[in-house]
Design a protein around this ligand. Sequence first.
Ligand SMILES: Cc1cc2nc3c(=O)[nH]c(=O)nc-3n(C[C@H](O)[C@H](O)[C@H](O)COP(=O)(O)OP(=O)(O)OC[C@H]3O[C@@H](n4cnc5c(N)ncnc54)[C@H](O)[C@@H]3O)c2cc1C
Ligand code: FES
Ligand code: FES
Length: 509
Amino acid sequence: MSTPAPHSTADSVIRFYYRGEIHTVDQAAPTRTILQHLREDLHCTGSKEGCAEGDCGACTVVIGEQGPDGVTLKSVNSCIQFLPTLDGKALYTVEDLKQDSGALHPVQQAMVECHGSQCGFCTPGFVMSLWDLYLKHDGSQAPACGSAGAGACQPLQRKEIDIALSGNLCRCTGYRPIIDAAHRMGELPAVGFDRQALQQALQPLQRDDTFVYKHDGQTFYAPRTLAQLVEVRAANPAARILAGSTDVGLWVTKQMRDLGDIIYLGQVSELNAVAMREGQLEIGAGVTLNDAYAEICKHYPELSEMWQRFASLPIRNAGTLGGNVANGSPIGDSPPWLIALGAQVVLRGPAGQRVMPLEALYLDYMKKDMQADEFVEAVRIPLPHAGQRFRTYKLAKRFDQDISAVCAAFSVTLDGHKISDIRIAFGGMAATPKRAALTEAALRGRAWSESVLENAVALMTDDYKPLSDMRASSEYRMKTSQNLLRRFWLETRVDAPLRSDQVNPFVCA
Ligand SMILES: Cc1cc2nc3c(=O)[nH]c(=O)nc-3n(C[C@H](O)[C@H](O)[C@H](O)COP(=O)(O)OP(=O)(O)OC[C@H]3O[C@@H](n4cnc5c(N)ncnc54)[C@H](O)[C@@H]3O)c2cc1C
Ligand code: FES
Ligand code: FES
């Protein structure tokens, strides 16, 4: 049973901007995916289903939405995004790129000229990822580019192309022709995108009150403000919270789970904010992973490789830092470095805020110190301080789009040669993201020297008893974790530079 939301919008119709008009849906299950709607209801079959779990990119579409600074456009995986999350937004698929004259868009033309398509199954997804990249350089989304069209911009860097295509797999081409196409598209006569027109089209779709969509006994709530969210949550403590859907989407598409009622956080303005509060960086729980890592990397450029290695761009465009923290997976990539940096999690419920060190949130495997009527409101991250040296490392079988076997994070504060503080946290080594309390104790107050380090490394076997599973054996996990601590020492020993050349100049520039 669902409880009516306070301040709810009466009409239970999903409205979004599609193909130049407002498209409405009122007969779809709240967990019907955008891809299912496109292919099965609208018979718009350009977007393909390869994996239905956000891995292959064949379903990539671009979503436009109104933000505080104008409209934004982002590539996402339509196979794991639920249809009601589109309410108030715009949807673009590969079918929408052709120009009014009938000519192909430069992205498509470049793919043709460079032979970027063979069997063609992956092609619509690649085209949409490339279009997202193209839009970033059309002069209105990337003011630094300073031109009216992609053709006049600086040539794309290879790194930027790799990032844009990190969520697309191709079995045929070997990728080189697609990368050629990415370079080529900027050489063709530019085609602009009218963001102002999109903003005007989206304006009438914006709501002030909680959007309530009901179908077949299931209710989807999309509150607009923190106050509305608190009320909706308190009235529906059994409802499933949905943020970027990059975990939850798979529970439906792969596990066929019935989610019951859903509370969607994506439209809560306060959760989408980044702020400096009491000397800490506060990232709202609804901020996407890509935006969150971009902000945090300004202070901790050591995180730039993790930023790039976290899933793929379309997943980072949808998934949130709040979701990574709230999910509490022992192999999530953000909790270890957040814990090593001494981050706090801000929970909110009807009684107000509760703030705790992030490690205190994780009680046991997927068990958290969070009440049914609470949710994660934000994460607070201390800024770097004098003498601090910090690193995080991800061990996975592939560079992009892979889950960690082991994820390590270390933050040491040195006073001369002495360790005044050290925080070590690992993912993949226990049932929760966990600090290495005994190892830390053996280092704190001692010299940051090799002999002290080796003594502490030996204690890691008391801190952790890792499992063997399909990603790695217990022995591998322990051995590599010990070696990662050694690597951290090598990179940060007293005679090493404070910030190493590991900082990725492209991502953090
Ligand atoms: C292809 C693919 C690759 C991935 N790669 C990685 C990777 O490299 N590293 C990694 O760590 N993860 C990875 N993930 C997992 C996922 O992207 C992350 O865990 C992501 O941060 C989840 O955020 P979300 O906003 O999508 O959460 P959702 O899927 O919306 O929610 C996840 C869980 O958190 C709860 N929740 C979400 N927000 C809140 C909140 N504010 N308060 C309370 N509860 C909340 C939900 O109820 C649910 O239980 C990957 C997923 C996919 C599909
Ligand atoms: S179908 Fe593979 S990512 Fe969506
Ligand atoms: S062209 Fe066949 S999978 Fe890419």
